[in-house]
Design a protein. Structure first.
Length: 188
């Protein structure tokens, strides 16, 4: 059974329901992820790569991963008025292939028409809350170095770059990522 979190009206983002992703959500989540990439990464990642993203293949990969998952990766969706409008995924921090005791936000995407309406904040708040409750001391994430709006979003939520950078190669183009970290238990 999925755990549900209703965002209180006092948060200014009333009407958002955060719950665990189900198999029925995979197509919506893939649509959000792909449209999110195409919107947020235009000019940062080669357009040929963005244009070639395959919705059906992405949705099938999500279904497979959800069925075969070991429970360490948590996929959350945000619903507004019954529509899935956002997705976040977190789990153990991966230092190479080794999972650590810290947490990592693997992904967070919001339907482009819902950006700036509290959906991302609600998802991030729930992810950090769950990781704090699970006893993780820190949450890490990787973000494209040139993605200024995403970096501001994370910084407003208490994350800060820790100096680590890593190249991410897309269609033969190197796109640098920077690592952010936040101590969990902080009140953000």
């Amino acid at each position: 059974m999925s755990e549900l979190t209703r965002v209180p009206a006092s948060d200014g983002v009333a009407g958002i329901l955060i719950r665990e992703m189900t198999l029925d959500d995979c197509h919506d989540v893939s649509t959000i992820r792909i449209r999110g990439w195409q919107s947020a990464y235009a000019g940062l990642i080669p357009q040929s790569y963005l244009d070639a993203l395959d919705l059906d293949a992405d949705a099938e990969r999500r279904r497979t991963n959800l069925v075969k998952g070991d429970g360490t990766m948590v996929n959350l969706v945000a619903e507004r008025a019954g529509d899935v409008v956002g997705w976040a995924c977190h789990g153990p921090y991966r230092n190479g292939e080794v999972r650590t005791q810290d947490a990592e936000l693997y992904a967070i995407y919001v339907r482009p028409d819902q950006v700036g309406k509290g959906v991302g904040q609600a998802l991030l708040r729930e992810s950090t809350h769950r990781c704090t409750s699970a006893g993780h001391r820190h949450m890490f994430l990787w973000v494209l170095k040139e993605n200024a709006s995403a970096r501001r979003f994370y910084e407003r939520s208490g994350f800060a770059p820790d100096g680590a950078e890593e190249p991410f190669e897309v269609d033969g183009v190197t796109v640098p990522e920077v690592r952010y970290v936040r101590a969990l238990g902080d009140s953000h």
